[in-house]
Design a protein around this ligand. Structure first.
Ligand code: GTP
Ligand code: SPV
Ligand code: MN
Length: 617
C-alpha cells in the first residue's frame, strides 16, 4: 500500500470549537450536544465547520490511522479507498426500526418499536460508546441552505469516515448552526460505530459492532444509529433523514420525500422536461440520472441520483429538488460502455469503499473495464487474480463524490426553488411480465403502478439476491410510516396540483430477460429511446395501444435505429401473458391485504379494473 504524503495540514484538534449564538434555540442545541457527550463519553468533541482545511485534516488523520488508503494522485487525485469490515457492507433492514407512538403508524412493512422503550434502549447502548474517540458534531442542510424546500439537521458521530462522507453528500457548516440559532426546525441524529477504545487499545481500520440498531423517532425528529459504519446506516442525512423522517414530515406538511433520481431531458427541438424516477436500490437510478442518449438530438442534464423532494407550487405544478450534494453510487457495472458520465465524475476527490486496489495505486471494480487487471488487492485486502473465482470488488462497493464534479450536472442544480416536474417513472428489476414501458391512464392508475412495484433483490441490502419482493414506490425500506397511509398521501398529492399539471406516470423495466437468460433490452444510453417515446407521448405527438395493464407504445413508434434489438426481442419485451398477469393480480391482492383498512379504496378499485381488463383480454 501507499504511504501518505507528508503534509503540512494542521492536526484535527486545532479545529472544532463550538460556534456561539446567544439564542434559546442555540442553547437547546448546545444542551443536546452536551447531553450526548455526557452519555457517550468521548475523549474530545469537534464541531465540524465544513471548511476545506478541516476536511483535509480529517482525511489525513484517517490515512495515518490506516482507515483510508490514499490512492495514487497521478491517477486519482484527492481520492481514497476504505475497506469495511466484511460484515458491514450494506444496509441492515432487519435492524432498522420506526419508533412511532402507535404501532399501526409504522405499518406492516416496518419494524416497530415503542418509543419510550427504544429511548431507554438507546440510552443503555450509547452509554460510553464513544470512549477514546472524537465525537464530531456535524450541522448539515439537505437542499441549498435556506431554500424553501430545504431541511436541516445535526449528526453527532464518532466516525471520521462518516464525517468525510457527510461533507460530500450534504452541505455542512456553520450557516446551518445560524439557522438553528434562529429557531428553524432541525432533526437530531446520533451515530456511533459502537466500538469504544480503552486507553492505549489499538483501533481497527473499520470499527463497528456485531449488534446494530438503526432507529427512527418520527414524532420527535430523531435518529439513533449504532454499530455500523456503512453509508446508508451511517450517513444519517441520507436514507434515515431525507427519506424515513422526511416522508413523515412530508405527509404532515403536504409534500413528498421520494427515493427518486431527477433529470432534465432536452428534446431535439430544445424543449426541457423534468423527469423523476423511483427504482429500488441498485436498479438503475444513478445510471439513468447520468444518461448519455445514444439517439441524436437528445440531451440529459443530471439534477439528482437518489432522493427527490417534491412540493406543490403556487403555479399548480409539482416542484422538485435533489436534497443531496453528492452521489453515493454503486461501483460494479460502472464503466465506459455503461456510464461514462460516472467514470468522468470519479476523476478525483472521491472516497471509494470496498472496491479493489490496483498495483499502481488506482482502483478497479467489475465492469470498469472489460478485462480485469492481472493482479489486484481485493476489497478484503487479499491478493486477487482473474482466476480467484470471486469478485474483486464487493457487489455493493460504492463511490462517494460531489455532484458538482458530474460533467453533465445541470447548471442550476442548486436552485433552491427546484424544477417543475413533468414525468414520474416507476421501475424495478423484473426478468418477466413487466414490459419495457407502460403509460398509466391517469394519476390513480399511476399510483397503482407505483404501489405494486416488485423487484428482484440486489446486494444493496442484506437478503437473498434475485428473490422477488414487493417494493412499492422503491420505498419499502425507506417509508417512515404506514405504507397504506403513504399510498393515500400519493393519491392526495395528485389533487394538490392543477388537474392538468400533475406529472404523467409511466412504468419502465430495463431488466426483462429472454428464455436464454440474457437482457432483452440494451439499457443504459439506449434507455433514451424510451424517454424519447415518453416525451413524444406527453407532447401528444404519438399514439399508444391500450392493454390490460396500461398504454403501450406501437413498436414502430419507438426509435430503434442502431439499437441492435431484433423484432423478436421487441415483441418479447412487450408481450403480456394474461395468465401470468392474472397470477400477478392475485399476488397483488395478497400484498394489499396486509394494509387492512389503511389501504385506500382507490387502489382496490384499480386492482378490480385490472382484473376486469385481464378477463376480457
Ligand atoms: P442505489 O444507489 O443502490 O439506490 O442504486 P441505483 O438505483 O442508483 O442503481 P445503479 O444506477 O447504481 O445501477 C445498479 C446496477 O444496475 C449497476 O450494476 C448498473 O450497471 C446496472 N444497471 C443500471 N442501469 C441498467 C440498465 O439500463 N440495464 C442493465 N442491464 N443494467 C443496468
Ligand atoms: C441504497 O441502498 O438505496 C443506497 C445506498 O443508495 S444507501 O445509502 O446505503 O441506502
Ligand atoms: Mn444510486
Amino acid at each position: 500500500t501507499l504511504t501518505p504524503r507528508t503534509s503540512s495540514f494542521a492536526p484535527v484538534h486545532e479545529y472544532g470549537a463550538s460556534p456561539d449564538y446567544d439564542t434559546p434555540a442555540f442553547a437547546e442545541l448546545a444542551a443536546w450536544v452536551e447531553e450526548i457527550r455526557a452519555l457517550t463519553q468521548p475523549a474530545r468533541v469537534h464541531w465540524v465547520d465544513g471548511s476545506a482545511a478541516e476536511n483535509d485534516a480529517i482525511l489525513h488523520e484517517l490515512v495515518s490511522e490506516g482507515k483510508l488508503i490514499k490512492l495514487n494522485p497521478e491517477w486519482r487525485p484527492g481520492s481514497y479507498l476504505a475497506r469495511s469490515h466484511p460484515s458491514d457492507v450494506a444496509r441492515t433492514e432487519a435492524r432498522t426500526f420506526i419508533a412511532s407512538a402507535e404501532q399501526i403508524d409504522a405499518g406492516p412493512t416496518n419494524n416497530w418499536a415503542d418509543p419510550a422503550e427504544m429511548h431507554a434502549k438507546m440510552t443503555e447502548i450509547f452509554e460510553g460508546s464513544m470512549r477514546g474517540r472524537t465525537m464530531y458534531v456535524v450541522p448539515f442542510s439537505m437542499g441549498p441552505v435556506g431554500g424553501p424546500i430545504s431541511q436541516i439537521g445535526v449528526q453527532i458521530t464518532d466516525s471520521a469516515y462518516a464525517v468525510a462522507s457527510i461533507g460530500i453528500m450534504t452541505r455542512v457548516g456553520n450557516a446551518v448552526v445560524g439557522q438553528i440559532a434562529e429557531g428553524k426546525q432541525w432533526v437530531r441524529t446520533v451515530h456511533s460505530v459502537g466500538a469504544p477504545l480503552a486507553a492505549g487499545e489499538p483501533d481497527s481500520t473499520w470499527p463497528c459492532n456485531d449488534e446494530k440498531w438503526i432507529v427512527h423517532f418520527p414524532d420527535t425528529l430523531e435518529v439513533y444509529s449504532y454499530g455500523s459504519g456503512y453509508g446508508g446506516n451511517a450517513i444519517l442525512a441520507k436514507k434515515c433523514f431525507a427519506l424515513r423522517i422526511a416522508s413523515v414530515l412530508a405527509r404532515d406538511e403536504g409534500w413528498m420525500a421520494e427515493h427518486m433520481l431527477l433529470i432534465r431531458v432536452v428534446s431535439p427541438e430544445g424543449k426541457a422536461y423534468h423527469v423523476a424516477a423511483a427504482f429500488p436500490s441498485a436498479c438503475g437510478k444513478t445510471n439513468l440520472a447520468m444518461l448519455r442518449p445514444t439517439i441524436p438530438g437528445w440531451r440529459v442534464e443530471t439534477l439528482g441520483d437518489d432522493i427527490t423532494w417534491i412540493r406543490p407550487g403556487a403555479d399548480g405544478r409539482m416542484h422538485a429538488i435533489n436534497p443531496e450534494a453528492g452521489f453515493f453510487g454503486v461501483a460494479p457495472g460502472t464503466g465506459e460502455s455503461t456510464n461514462v458520465t460516472a467514470v468522468e465524475t470519479l476523476w478525483g476527490n472521491t472516497i471509494f469503499t470496498n472496491v479493489a486496489l490496483r498495483p499502481d495505486g488506482d482502483v478497479w471494480w467489475e465492469g470498469l473495464t472489460d478485462e480485469a487487471p492481472a493482479h489486484l488487492i481485493d476489497w478484503e485486502g487479499k491478493p486477487w487474480t482473474p482466476e480467484s473465482g470471486r469478485p474483486a470488488a464487493h457487489p455493493n462497493s460504492r463511490f462517494t463524490v460531489s455532484a458538482a464534479q458530474c460533467p453533465q450536472i445541470a447548471a442550476d442544480w442548486e436552485d433552491p426553488e427546484g424544477v417543475p416536474l413533468d414525468v414520474i417513472l416507476f421501475g424495478g428489476r423484473r426478468a418477466t411480465n413487466v414490459p419495457l414501458v407502460v403509460e398509466a391512464t391517469d394519476w390513480s392508475h399511476g399510483v397503482f403502478l407505483g404501489a405494486t412495484i416488485s423487484s428482484e433483490r440486489t446486494a444493496a441490502a442484506e437478503g437473498t439476491v434475485g428473490e422477488l419482493r414487493r417494493d412499492p414506490f422503491a420505498m419499502l425500506p425507506f417509508c417512515g410510516y404506514n405504507m397504506g397511509d403513504y399510498f393515500a398521501h400519493w393519491l392526495k398529492m395528485g389533487r394538490a396540483v392543477r388537474f392538468d399539471k400533475a406529472p404523467r406516470i409511466f412504468q419502465v423495466n430495463w431488466f426483462r430477460r429472454g428464455a436464454d437468460g440474457r437482457f432483452l433490452w440494451p439499457g443504459f444510453g439506449d434507455n433514451a429511446r424510451v424517454i424519447d417515446w415518453i416525451i413524444r407521448r406527453i407532447e401528444g405527438r404519438v399514439g399508444a395501444v391500450e392493454s390490460p395493464i396500461g398504454r403501450l407504445p406501437r413498436i414502430e413508434d419507438l426509435n430503434l435505429e442502431g439499437a441492435g434489438v431484433t423484432a423478436a426481442d421487441m415483441e418479447e419485451l412487450f408481450s403480456i401473458d394474461a395468465a401470468s398477469w392474472t397470477r400477478e393480480a392475485e399476488s397483488t391482492e395478497e400484498f394489499f391485504a396486509m394494509f387492512g383498512d389503511r389501504l385506500p379504496a382507490a387502489l382496490t378499485t384499480e386492482l378490480a379494473s385490472l382484473r376486469y381488463r385481464l378477463s376480457n383480454a
